[in-house]
Ligand binder design. Structure first.
Ligand SMILES: NC(=O)c1ccc[n+]([C@@H]2O[C@H](COP(=O)([O-])OP(=O)(O)OC[C@H]3O[C@@H](n4cnc5c(N)ncnc54)[C@H](O)[C@@H]3O)[C@@H](O)[C@H]2O)c1
Length: 502
């Protein structure tokens, strides 16, 4: 164990509190040691604390944590490549983990990864250089922080956090231990996206004052709220991690947690985080905003979900605004985009309709220029390059970028959750009193028309307060209730480390 890494027994989930705890801890360490001893990968582990560049001849050993859906794209990104190999699969659903081990072996000439159920045991394994995290959102920051403390580089899915404070903590730990932490906002590495942003930033569409993000993505009901059984192959304590252990109220165990606040962040933090990130990038703002506002609700059906399927958010940056729309009910496009962004400038506007394709229009609506080109491989490769060079500034989506954009999603959701229920007829009058929305020509009228097309005419939405923020301290101004929502209660043994204990 080198100076800058922490052993599993030092990680927060493994405090010595009782005989039972000690027993579990010892078994886990024994498991970790046995795994490492058995491991077919032990011979060529990289020097994890090296601060110098890593030779191109050395293959980076990657463990994928959370393998059900997106985790398999991570496998594709790292398996059997010249510079990377997937040596371990970690999932608290043993069935998922074992299946993905088999599939991964097929992708890397029979080299089957080792399966590990508990990420704490995994992190103890010194043969692993980097972890790639695709668990549910409530685990992202904590798993990434533990991994950094154990000396690993990290690729972590978006949003990097489930709340604002833990995102900042992740940035702090990455800097303290000089680890590479890449956010899974892969658009940032696509040539088409990078050229579009360069065009905007070099004044191609004139002065930019508004960036609109659209997340128009069909999200049907997830089925009635009920009492369902956790699949037998799942260790539910591990799955719940820092979140409370709650009865399972949704039919589908995997994925649908996105729509329950204890684990997910709604579509704002699911699909929307990609477009939120692009909007902030287009505005060239590396900070939280000066004020946030949101309204919305879960309309059209009642189910086990809690998050909004219809939501508007405004992040106010003084002279610039970031305006965001979520539509989960059937809808047409806006200016050609469904899941995309529209950046409005004094000389024209740019519409991104995917993670890599952009079209520039002049003020008369004529096409001036197009951008194209991308693929997830660019982003994984960018991570590998930064790991080799030991330089986080090479990362196209360093965790600090991920933190800001993830936090913008959380801020919108905080305003929404603090809102009061307002009848459709009374919303416009309420909006007129709020400076941010009126500045950008808010999308409320279009939202009402969209809901009407879905035969939703008699409804109320939650209209949040406009919340001023101090973006330096990343706290709300004089609002204790809102400030409490910048973090969460962490379950025992899964606490967020304090800044002093990173
Ligand atoms: N970048 C992208 O384009 C993109 C696309 C899809 C999903 N995602 C992100 O990927 C993440 C996963 O999404 P998904 O659709 O695969 O979800 P999912 O629920 O289908 O899969 C999550 C997996 O993580 C496992 N898991 C949970 N806790 C764990 C733990 N403590 N240790 C190990 N494994 C654990 C679960 O058992 C499950 O197999 C989400 O955060 C999502 O936002 C990103």
């Amino acid at each position: 164990m080198t100076k800058s890494t922490k052993s599993v027994s030092q990680l927060p989930g493994t405090n010595r509190r009782s005989d039972r705890r000690e027993f579990l801890e010892r078994s886990m360490l024994a498991t970790a040691a046995a795994l490492a001893a058995q491991s077919q990968w032990s011979s060529s582990a990289l020097a994890q604390d090296s601060t110098g560049p890593i030779s191109p001849n050395e293959q980076i050993h990657v463990a994928v944590i959370g393998a059900n859906g997106r985790g398999q794209s991570h496998v594709d990104g790292f398996a059997g490549k010249k510079g990377t190999i997937v040596t371990h699969i970690c999932d608290c659903d043993e069935k998922v983990g074992q299946q993905v081990c088999e599939k991964t072996a097929e992708k890397q000439n029979g080299k089957k990864p080792t399966f590990v159920k508990d990420l704490r045991a995994l992190l103890e394994d010194k043969t692993i250089n980097a972890v790639s995290i695709a668990t549910p959102n409530h685990w992202h920051s904590l798993a990434a922080i533990w991994a950094v403390q154990a000396g690993k580089d990290v690729y972590v899915e978006k949003p990097v956090s489930h709340n604002v404070l833990e995102g900042r903590r992740l940035v702090q730990v990455a800097r303290k231990h000089n680890r590479m932490v890449q956010t899974g906002t892969q658009s940032r590495s696509n040539p088409g996206m990078r050229e579009s942003m360069e065009f905007i930033h070099s004044g191609g569409i004139g002065e930019v004052t508004v960036a609109r993000g659209l997340c128009y993505k069909r999200r049907p009901s997830i089925g009635p709220k009920g009492t369902y059984e956790v699949p037998k192959s799942v260790d539910y304590d591990l799955w719940s991690g820092p979140a409370p252990i709650l009865p399972l109220t949704r039919k589908n165990f995997h994925y649908d947690w996105h729509w329950q606040w204890a684990y997910g962040n709604g579509d704002l933090g699911n699909q929307g985080i990609h477009q939120m990130d692009l909007c902030r990038w287009a505005l060239n703002e590396s900070r939280l905003c000066d004020r946030t506002f949101s309204l919305g609700g879960r309309l059209g059906y009642e189910d086990a979900g809690e998050t909004a399927n219809t939501q508007l958010v405004i992040h106010d940056y003084g002279q610039k605004q970031l305006a965001f729309e979520v539509r989960g009910l059937p809808t047409g496009d806006y200016k050609g985009a469904m899941v995309g962004i529209i950046v409005e400038g004094s000389k024209g506007y740019l519409v991104m309709t995917s993670y890599s394709s952009g079209t520039v229009f002049n003020l008369d609506g004529e096409v001036v220029k197009t951008f194209n080109g991308g693929g997830d491989g660019h982003h994984y490769k960018n991570f590998e390059d930064a790991v080799r060079a030991r330089d986080y500034k090479l990362l196209n989506a360093d965790c600090e970028e991920g933190h800001y954009s993830s936090a913008l999603c959380h801020l919108g959701n905080i305003s929404l959750q603090l809102g009061t229920s307002v009848r459709k007829e009374d919303v416009a009058a309420k909006l007129a009193d709020i400076e941010g929305p009126s500045k950008v020509g808010f999308a409320w009228d279009r939202t009402v028309a969209h809901l009407k097309e879905n035969t939703i005419e008699d409804f109320s939405v939650s209209v949040g307060p406009a919340l001023p923020l101090d973006s330096k301290s990343e706290t709300f101004v004089n609002n204790e209730k809102a400030n409490q929502m910048l973090s969460r209660e962490y379950r025992k043994n899964y606490e967020l480390p304090s800044e002093a204990n990173l």
